[in-house]
Write a protein that binds this ligand. Structure first.
Ligand SMILES: [Zn+2]
Length: 227
């Protein structure tokens, strides 16, 4: 029994961390967001809603500068003020912004946004439990190995989520008559922005797999659907 206690504590710690971070995220988003109402984007929203058989698609603006889009665990979709400004200034087209919304819709529809928070808690618990066990077995580097294993697992999970969300977006955009081209052109634009930005990638790229690999995956889908 004594041996199980550290693991139990680790799991409890992970659970507490999860509750806290979910609460904090929801609070931050509530305080710093408003519904996105833009006539220039309405047409895109309408097309995607029609393709999904939904009355409408609700999107929120999250008042922060980094270029990002996100899907909250409660299913709400956010575009950052920074991303929206790129659209307003003409650097990003309505179709390209629609591709981001479609990608985030994919995370919600495929259950990623909810699972991700669970993964987060699961990761913390696993990290702590593995750290304790390996730390005893291999003093010194045990904790380090535990962290590495947990990180590798998390990276794998999120990478496959991104490809799935991209594929969902590609299907939705195709059905809505917008097409896959804006997805690809946005990736290229954001990549170029990274170069002019002293190598600092926009947040939306950082949390995602490599741009050329994402484009290649989309092109494969396109070819498959065309033939
Ligand atoms: Zn994503």
């Amino acid at each position: 029994m004594i041996r199980v206690i550290p693991i139990l504590l680790a799991v409890l710690y992970g659970l507490a961390m999860y509750r806290f971070s979910a609460w904090r995220t929801a609070k931050e988003l509530d305080e710093k967001s408003t519904e996105l109402v833009d006539p220039a984007l309405a047409e895109m929203s309408r097309k995607m809603a029609k393709a999904l058989d939904l009355p409408r698609i609700k999107v929120h603006i999250y008042e922060v500068a980094p270029v990002n889009g996100l899907a909250a665990p409660d299913g709400r979709i956010f575009i950052t003020r920074g991303f929206y400004n790129k659209f307003r200034s003409g650097e990003v087209t309505a179709e390209e912004l629609a591709s981001v919304i479609a990608h985030e819709l994919g995370h919600v529809a495929l259950g990623h946004s909810r699972r991700r928070m669970i993964d987060f808690s699961g990761q913390n618990a696993m990290r702590a439990a593995l750290g304790m066990i390996l730390g005893r077995l291999i003093p010194g580097i045990g904790v380090w190995i535990a962290n590495m294993v947990a990180s590798l697992l998390a990276a794998r999970l999120s990478r496959s989520d991104e490809y799935e969300a991209d594929a969902y977006a590609a299907a939705l955009l195709t059905k809505a008559g917008i097409g896959v081209a804006p997805q690809i052109s946005l990736f290229k634009k954001l990549e170029a922005l990274t170069q002019s930005n002293h190598g600092t990638a926009p947040a939306w790229l950082l949390s995602h797999p490599k741009t050329d690999e994402r484009i290649a995956a989309l092109t494969r889908l396109q070819t498959r659907w065309m033939s």
